[in-house]
Design a protein around this ligand. Structure first.
Ligand code: ADP
Ligand code: AMP
Length: 214
């Protein structure tokens, strides 16, 4: 199964993508996680990406496209993959389409998790990320067992710099301007499905499984 997760920042793409990847036994490919790992490891790509991420802007297409195109051609992607946070622009969607067409393949589902902007602000302010393993939580909707401590690895939790309210506003503007047009792109491709992302995490997951027929 080849799946794209669409939706505003904070809509719940990562939360759902991890669960889908587990059930469908396919790799979860998050470009945001790839950039954060590069920043943590002090790579050149990480340093370049950080200058854009900190401002709430998108990393330029040329730094993203080849990276994803290479990743989806690795062996573990043979039975499919789930893309979380990519594509985020029309040129990225075109690059993905061209790479798959070249090997006579295509994406099968683009799942748009629909959440209005007013809910997003609250979601992002309450999101906490583990500095060790990158697991995400929410102080109200998905709290850890012990406050401030990751359930998975025991490391400490932080509020991501780009989740601070002033940056979230910029990220939402960027989403509406550059990423939302992908909804129409995938509607035209005939693979768009929309789920109501304001529901509980479990209900959103249930709706997605129904769409995927698993
Ligand atoms: P994205 O990957 O789209 O940026 P996340 O999956 O990280 O978004 O979710 C953003 C925040 O909202 C996280 O703190 C997460 O725990 C929380 N969250 C995700 N889905 C829901 C939901 N259905 N209801 C309430 N909170 C949610
Ligand atoms: P995310 O974890 O998906 O919210 O991504 C965090 C940040 O990484 C975004 O705000 C962008 O700056 C950058 N990023 C992640 N994926 C992409 C992408 N496909 N294109 C451009 N920038 C991206």
């Amino acid at each position: 199964m080849k799946i794209i997760m669409l939706g505003a920042p904070g809509a719940g793409k990562g939360t759902q993508a991890k669960k889908i990847a587990e059930v469908c036994k396919i790799p979860h490919i998050s470009t945001g996680d790839i950039f954060r790992a590069n920043i943590k490891n002090g790579t050149e790509l990480g340093a370049k990406a950080k200058t854009y991420m900190d401002k709430g802007l998108l990393v330029p297409d040329e730094l993203v496209c080849d990276l994803v195109v290479d990743r989806i051609q690795q062996d573990d992607c043979k039975n499919g993959f789930i893309l979380d946070g990519f594509p985020r622009t029309i040129p990225q969607a075109e690059a993905l389409k061209a790479a798959l067409t070249a090997i006579e393949e295509k994406m099968e589902y683009a799942i748009d998790i629909d959440v209005p902007d007013e809910n997003i602000i609250n979601r992002m302010a309450g999101r906490r990320a583990c500095v060790g393993c990158g697991a995400t939580y929410h102080v109200e909707f998905n709290p850890t067992k012990v406050e401030g401590v990751c359930d998975v690895c025991g490391d400490k939790l932080i509020l991501r710099d780009d989740d601070k309210p002033e940056t979230v506003k910029r990220r939402l503007d960027v989403y509406h301007e550059q990423t939302q047009p992908l909804i129409d792109f995938y509607k035209k491709e005939g693979i768009l499905v929309t789920v109501d992302g304001t529901q509980s995490m479990d209900k959103v997951f249930e709706d997605i499984l129904k769409v995927l027929g698993v």
